[in-house]
Design a binder for this molecule. Structure first.
Ligand code: GLU
Length: 303
């Protein structure tokens, strides 16, 4: 994989020369403290190689990237019943929008906007305690990465709990529409801890292998489910920036406000990028640029 490694080194050098590194997520104080001039890229290929450049051993807050793993688990538990509670259409609205939820009677547009992800976590939580649900989520991520050294950062979870007024609004609104099975505080406590899972770019690239499709990576879910998760990542993974991301990068991917993005090149590779500064959609600014450069250089696209 000499070509791939050379490409990652070149992208790392180019990205570091950037003047505008975006803005870190200020609404979660613990994330606002992260220095924004950091960048990492890692690629795990279907044939078992792992290449990386930049700060690929530095842990970062996964945030909404965890929604992909949570959705895989929720679909495993509830199957198609989940879709009665949450839709599968791109939202065209911000990740934390409230207005669309009211318009649509409390059924979130898709499982990756916050309201939808809260429903997904609520589904995983139903009938048990938060620590059991969280343990299943962390175990799934560890199994996907093949690495036990993956943990929840409790300071980040507490920071979001103290300042998560917007998500409390969404959860209470869902409850008022009878679309929450657990008390809002209990579901949100679980959701905030899920979002506070930390990983390095190297670990995240490895964890994404289960979405590359057979025969690559651990067989955690069926081929049909792999395809469906990738479809949702492509259409909804970057919130109201999903169309722009598909146009520029052309692969399924999921972003998080910690600055991480997990991208999947079906049949070929799992890619993780991280740079904490965000663009106006709440997606990593330089992470997106790096993926755009990599996809072009490697001729990777689903189109
Ligand atoms: N925990 C974050 C929130 O709910 C996740 C958002 C994101 O990463 O896009 O606001």
């Amino acid at each position: 994989m000499a070509d791939l490694q050379a490409e990652l080194d070149r992208i790392d050098a180019e990205i570091r020369a950037a003047e505008d590194w975006g803005e870190v997520a200020a609404y979660i104080p613990e994330l606002a403290r992260v220095p924004k001039r950091q960048f990492a890229i890692a690629v795990a290929t279907a044939d078992g190689a792992l290449c990386a450049a930049g700060e690929a051993g530095q842990s970062f807050s996964l945030q909404s990237v965890t929604k992909v793993f949570a959705l895989a688990i929720a679909l495993g538990r509830s199957g198609d019943q989940l879709w009665a509670r949450v839709g599968r259409e791109p939202s065209g609205s911000a990740f934390n929008s409230i207005i669309q939820l009211e318009h649509e009677g409390g059924r979130p547009r898709n499982p990756f906007i916050n309201a939808g992800a809260i429903v997904v976590t609520d589904e995983i939580l139903a009938g048990r305690e938060p620590r059991h649900a969280l343990s299943e989520i962390v175990q799934f991520v560890r199994a996907a990465a093949g690495d036990e050294d993956i943990h929840i950062n409790r300071a980040v979870a507490q920071s979001e709990t103290r300042h998560g007024h917007r998500n409390f609004s969404l959860a209470h609104f869902l409850a008022s529409c009878e679309n929450l099975k657990n008390p809002p505080e209990k579901t949100l406590g679980t959701y905030f801890h899920q979002c506070a899972i930390e990983m390095t770019a190297r670990q995240l690239a490895l964890a994404g292998r289960f979405l590359i499709g057979p025969p690559a990576g651990p067989r955690l879910i069926s081929t049909q489910r792999i395809r469906r998760l990738n479809a949702l990542m492509l259409t909804c993974g970057h919130y109201d920036g999903s169309g722009d991301f598909a146009y520029r990068v052309g692969i399924p991917a999921k972003s998080g406000v910690g600055g991480g993005i997990l991208g999947i090149v079906p049949g070929v590779a799992s890619v993780a990028v991280w740079s904490p500064g965000l663009n106006r959609y709440g997606n990593s600014k330089l992470g997106t640029e790096a993926l755009e450069r990599l996809a072009r250089a490697m001729d990777w696209s689903v189109f």
